[in-house]
Design a protein around this ligand. Structure first.
Ligand SMILES: C[S@@+](CC[C@H](N)C(=O)[O-])C[C@H]1O[C@@H](n2cnc3c(N)ncnc32)[C@H](O)[C@@H]1O
Length: 303
């Protein structure tokens, strides 16, 4: 690694320099052709659209892979990616994803789930009219905070949840975040915003020297099945799904990719089933299969 040539790039100048053919002084030379090749492959594999403004992001994230593999140039890295069945493709996809998440992120969605979906189901089930089967999909679950938040909401709302047939499917493209999700062990800081009663019910505290972690209790974990799934591919589940959480992922996709995805999701839902999007996402010009019924909450239309 040519560490003696590393220079800090002034972000204000980096675009111009990059546009000049990658002659920016940085650890690795990064040409227009490198950017275009990685951008196109990234789009093909993940659906993530990486416009010109994401050039520095691509450089920063992928150069970590060059370092990890001990490669000297992006051309070498592109050759590695082209090797048939290259295991590096997974790492490349993982490098491109943005995994920011938190417990009860956009809390109004969990309130909606409790008040407008679970509580009416509970009332109907007690009148022995309703079904006790619940299927929820967290479709870009990242490190797991979203599906665990769904599971906590279910357990808090349905006192007899163990007598219900409840399955929460949690999927993500990124194998690394999915492993964290499956482990269900979080630094204490990450649960700090939650009510203490919630934390003590759903987490076991572990101390290892100065490090404190909170581990999700096995009963909560058992409600969730974690699987790797690329939203660009056919969706292997059969449905019907009462609710789909598809939050803060389609913001990275172009409209055509979003249209294809929501058409597939709509086929897994019945009229009145729910779809939750992220706070800056919407279905305008993307899908006619859903109607907006709350803050980024959609209802599947009648067929
Ligand atoms: C910003 S996180 C959102 C996490 C969570 N849904 C939330 O709102 O807090 C976006 C997630 O989408 C995943 N992702 C990106 N492209 C994907 C694809 N094609 N298929 C499945 N997951 C994808 C990323 O790996 C990342 O974990």
């Amino acid at each position: 690694m040519a560490s003696s040539t590393i220079r800090r790039v002034d972000p204000a100048r980096s675009k111009t320099a990059a546009a000049a053919g990658g002659r920016t002084l940085r650890e690795y030379s990064f040409s227009d052709a490198d950017f275009r090749a990685l951008r196109d492959l990234g789009k093909e594999l993940t659906g993530i659209s990486l416009g010109e403004s994401k050039r520095e992001l691509v450089y920063a994230r992928v150069s970590r892979r060059l370092r990890a593999l001990g490669l000297k140039t992006f051309a070498d890295y592109r050759r590695v990616l082209k090797t048939p069945h290259s295991p590096e493709l997974v790492e490349f996809c993982n490098a491109l994803t943005t995994n920011l998440t938190s417990f009860f992120r956009e809390a109004h969605h969990f309130d909606y789930l409790r008040d407008q979906f679970l509580a009416p189901r509970l009332a109907a089930a007690h009148g022995s009219r309703g079904s006790r089967r619940i299927r929820i999909w967290s479709s870009a679950c990242s490190t797991g905070e979203e599906p665990y938040s769904i599971a906590m909401t279910v357990c808090e709302t349905l006192p007899d949840w163990q007598q219900w047939d409840i399955k929460i499917l949690a999927t993500d493209l990124d194998s690394a975040v999915l492993a964290t999700a499956q482990r269900g062990s979080y630094p204490a800081d990450q649960v700090r915003g939650m009510a203490p009663r919630r934390v003590s019910r759903f987490f076991n505290e572990r101390r290892d020297g100065a490090a404190v972690t909170q581990e999700v209790v096995p009963a909560l974990k058992r409600l969730i099945t974690f699987r790797q799934l690329n939203l660009m591919h056919d969706l292997p589940m059969s449905g019907p799904l009462d609710a789909i959480f598809c939050r803060n992922v389609v913001i990275y996709f172009d409209k055509a990719t979003q249209r294809a995805l929501f058409a597939k999701m709509a086929r897994l839902q019945r009229p009145a089933d729910l779809l939750f999007l992220g706070h800056s996402e919407n279905l305008f010009d993307v899908s006619d299969d859903y109607t907006l019924i709350g803050r980024t909450v959609y209802r599947r239309n009648d067929a």
